[in-house]
Ligand binder design. Structure first.
Ligand SMILES: [Zn+2]
Length: 239
């Protein structure tokens, strides 16, 4: 009886909360969702999971073949234009909605916990942004994803151990070789002792050619005896 009363009170309280603090789905704007949820069930259902974490030689790992000696790599979702995910990423990266990144990060953490391929991870490393861009945005989106992942995996996030040295021109219209020439040598490992002898999970938002992750990963590996895996929120179909 007490339990029934408790659950009734809880429901009544949540309804009141909803009345005074309208809460809508970050994906479609519907108000049919729990007060502690960011997306409604319909939108959660629409997220295009890759399930790559289950498969060796998946498309993300293939990107790094012959380029970077990684242990494992995966992307959580497929990124396509005009999709629900693009809408969420836009709000996350350009409208200050950090909670979207934290939410997706937690879902990414759950994927890592269920994966037997990646094995134990010692620490997360967010792909650094240029200092000027991070100041402008107020946060590094990869760092926010790491916060969510770390909450679930209970591993530390290594921030500020590697830096991106200087701003380059925009990467969007360059091919793979041009991008590589542009990005190689732009990262500097500041604390090699923090990553030596560790299994690191390098985290980024969307992987396209992998050039930036490759450059960052190579620099991380200069510490010696570093095992490197890669996890991105999404993989872009444009490669
Ligand atoms: Zn929705």
């Amino acid at each position: 009886m007490l339990n029934v009363q408790c659950s009734f009170m809880k429901t009544a309280f949540n309804s009141l909360l909803h009345l005074f603090f309208p809460h809508t789905c970050a994906g479609c704007g519907s108000d049919i969702l729990q007060h502690d949820q960011l997306l409604c069930l319909h939108c959660i259902d629409r997220l295009p999971h890759t399930n790559f974490h289950r498969f060796a030689g998946n498309p993300v790992e293939k990107i790094f073949w012959g380029r970077l000696p990684i242990a494992c790599a995966t992307s959580f979702l497929y990124f396509t234009k005009s999709s629900l995910l693009q809408h969420l990423v836009h709000q996350f990266k350009y409208n200050g909605k950090k909670e979207i990144g934290q939410y997706i990060g937690r879902r990414m953490g759950e994927v890592m916990l269920e994966s037997s391929r990646f094995g134990p991870v010692d620490a997360l490393v967010p792909l650094p942004l240029y200092a000027a861009r991070e100041r402008k945005r107020g946060y590094n989106q990869s760092g926010i994803l790491c916060e969510g992942i770390a909450e679930i995996m209970q591993v530390p996030v290594l921030k500020n151990i590697i830096t991106r040295k200087s701003a380059t021109e925009t990467q969007t219209r360059k091919n793979r070789t041009e991008r590589w020439a542009n990005i190689s040598g732009r990262f500097e490992l500041l604390q090699p002792e923090a990553v030596r002898d560790k299994h690191l999970l390098l985290v980024d938002d969307v992987i396209t050619t992998g050039a930036t992750l490759e450059a960052c990963g190579q620099e991380l590996m200069t510490a010696g005896n570093t095992r490197l895996s890669i996890f991105t929120m999404a993989i872009s179909s444009r490669q």
